[in-house]
Design a protein around this ligand. Structure first.
Ligand code: HEM
Length: 475
């Protein structure tokens, strides 16, 4: 009996391994020059160990397989491209070859209910259409009108207060409702649910280490579906009775309806879910990067030597502004270069760009098969600048630095570069200037720069522990 069960077990394992190998080779070897495959240490799951320290794994695999290779992880086919010439070529490819949004959706399964793939519904064109001067002006006015009260709420009547900086700024940015572009009405009625479902989606894909894998795959999926359902219920009446006088929200609803009328989207029948999906993707694209840029820039500014060039230039610009407005922040060139410098200093994560192969993508002597996620990790991008640990915005003001625009990509490149770049500059400039005028910031957690998540795959590096700051009211 024992022998029979053992034999059945072994046959089953051999069958799975055989199926896995067959799939692997079918997917990758149908062309003579397909990339090398790092198929995996655990059949079916693939090479999940590559996720524990992606930076190290990518270096190792490069040495073993060359500058283009494919990893198979949890049913995802990920081709890593490290040769800068190929990276540039991919950035410049048109949409019938590579797209952007489906890459994220495939990697993290950021799909909403009923099996939709969010990749089908990119927020990018909607964001681009919303970047009109009148909408941007209204957003800047909104910050201007609300930030003071938000900061004062942190002090709750005291002159000084010590706070977890990233958390506090996140709350302020969320409460001002400047990233989701939803109406007051919608925001008051279901802003919390929208924010919760956003965080549930983000948390579900935040920590790719194996010990969190089970939670990532199963636990958070349930949480985010629950949060998503709640938000849909709340949002529904606003979509059904479209609110007036709000260009942005009406525009999102209109786009959702247009999408749903297309023959290829007949399987999707709920406009509210699509609207929520757009809003969540909006937050995803906008919130984290913007928030972290604001925080790191304020921390850097508060620690600058008052005699340094950077401090003098920034302070001079900030002091020269008496009235904050869309027009007055447009020309803050020193603050602008300190934004780029902040992103340079803190965006040390390994993945510089993500694309999805919409058709077979020929790259050098390889062909990346249709359906693979393409991860761009250009060799040498980390060496573009000298004195990397120093915060030196002058390097951009002086325009002395010459660098390859495809190696340093703070907002991405090509047709899928950041759709909100212009808004991001306005937003960060306005909040930073206003915060500096509102309060004096003293960093309590000294050396926070040394405890950032160096293993992070995307975006600016997260601090691994709260960064505490003392705020002194200047009012
Ligand atoms: C400092 C803040 C920000 C940074 C550093 C940043 C950076 C980026 C980067 C690196 C990408 C990927 C580009 C690529 O793959 O080539 C991206 C995409 C995107 N960003 Fe931003 N972003 C910021 C703020 C914003 C804001 C405020 C919005 C919206 C209002 C926004 C909307 C988007 C969208 C929609 C995409 C997707 C573009 C596409 O798929 O075609 N971003 N961003």
């Amino acid at each position: 009996m024992l022998f029979a069960s053992l034999a059945v077990g072994i046959v089953a394992i051999l069958f799975f391994v055989w199926r896995h190998r067959a799939n692997t080779s079918r997917k990758l070897n149908f062309r003579p020059h397909s990339p090398a495959v790092v198929a995996g240490v655990v059949p079916l799951l693939g090479n999940i160990t590559a996720l524990t320290n992606a930076k190290k794994s990518i270096l190792e695999y490069q040495q073993k397989f060359g500058t283009t290779f494919t990893i198979y992880v949890l049913k995802r086919w990920i081709t890593v491209v490290c040769d800068p010439r190929h990276v540039k070529k991919i950035y410049r490819m048109p949409d019938d070859k590579v797209t952007s949004w489906p890459a994220l959706a495939t990697l993290f399964d950021i799909s909403v209910r009923y099996g939709w793939k969010s990749g089908r519904f990119s927020i990018a064109p909607i964001v681009s259409a919303l970047m009109t001067p009148s909408i941007l002006r209204s957003q800047i006015d909104r910050i201007n009108n609300r930030l003071h009260n938000q900061v004062q709420a942190l002090f709750s009547g005291n002159d000084t207060v010590t706070v977890d900086f990233f958390k506090s700024i996140s709350t302020i940015v969320t409460n001002m409702n400047i990233l989701a572009f939803t109406t007051e009405e919608v925001f008051d009625a279901c802003g919390t649910e929208i924010a919760e479902s956003f965080y549930a989606v983000m948390n579900a894909s935040k920590k790719p280490a194996p010990k969190d894998m089970v939670k990532m795959i199963f636990g958070m999926k349930l949480d985010r579906h629950y949060a998503f359902d709640r938000a849909v219920k709340k949002l529904d009446k606003f979509v059904q009775n479209e609110p007036r006088n709000d260009g942005a929200f009406s525009h999102i609803i209109e786009q959702a309806r247009i999408e749903l009328q297309k023959p290829e989207n007949q399987d999707v029948d709920n406009a509210t879910e699509l609207v929520l999906h757009y809003i969540i993707n909006f937050l995803q694209a906008a919130h984290i990067n913007t928030l972290q840029t604001i925080c790191y820039l304020l921390l850097e500014y508060s620690e600058l030597d008052t005699q340094s060039e950077a401090y003098k230039q920034m302070s001079q610009e900030i002091d020269s502004i008496s009235e904050l407005s869309y027009d007055s922040v447009l020309d803050l060139l020193c603050v602008e270069s300190s934004i780029v410098e902040t992103i340079r200093k803190y965006k040390r994560s390994v993945v510089k760009g993500l694309r999805y192969a919409e058709s077979d993508v020929p790259i050098g002597e390889h062909v990346i098969p249709k359906g693979n996620v393409i991860v761009l990790v250009p060799n040498g991008s980390e060496n573009v600048f000298t004195q990397q640990a120093t915060f030196k915005p002058e390097r951009f003001v002086d325009e002395k630095v010459e660098f390859d625009k495809y190696l340093f990509t703070p907002f991405g490149r090509g047709r899928h570069s950041c759709a909100g770049e212009r808004y991001a500059f306005l937003l960060v400039k306005t909040i930073v200037v206003k915060m500096i005028k509102e309060c004096k910031i003293e960093v309590e957690t000294k050396g926070y720069q040394n405890v950032l998540n160096e293993k992070q795959l995307f975006n600016l590096l997260n601090p691994l522990a709260p960064v505490m700051v003392k705020l002194k009211s200047l009012y």
